[in-house]
Design a protein around this ligand. Sequence first.
Ligand code: ADP
Ligand code: MG
Length: 160
Amino acid sequence: MLKLVSSNSKETEQIGQRIGEILRPGDVICLSGDLGVGKTTLVKGLAKGLGIKDHLTSPTFTIVNQYEGKHLLYHFDVYRVNDVDELYAIGFEEYIYSEAVSVIEWAELISDILPKEKLWVEIKKDVNNSEDYRKIILIPNGIKYQDLINKLTLKESEDK
Ligand code: ADP
Ligand code: MG
């Protein structure tokens, strides 16, 4: 587990970017946290880290958007998905078990159908801190994602 803090949206984007720079084909990133907490903001950074130049928009109504970078990126937002069958219908498993990087906003809503190995990124506000303050908690499911966290920790210490 790795706990990070962010004081503003720029910092959240930078954290996303650092993660994006070390992502590998097939990685699955699961984002959880309330509406407006900064999930899409983090994904914007992640896309930057993958060298994606396109403007990234929230896929709330389309469920998934696709971008080309160092690796292909599938950006999901499953907030409006009522039934997992809707996801199977769009080929969710083909997306997730591919050589692309997949990032899923509101992943906790579909926890039953997520792969066993993944990285959880939990973003939380803190009532005892400023309006823009966020806790960003990274939880690895699987050794592959522990490795990713180790790399990120090393990177954070080098950047300081
Ligand atoms: P979500 O995708 O979780 O619904 P968004 O990323 O779309 O959230 O929106 C987050 C909002 O919160 C943006 O308006 C952003 O400017 C604001 N914000 C304020 N502080 C932060 C922070 N530390 N990290 C991320 N977003 C922040
Ligand atoms: Mg969002």
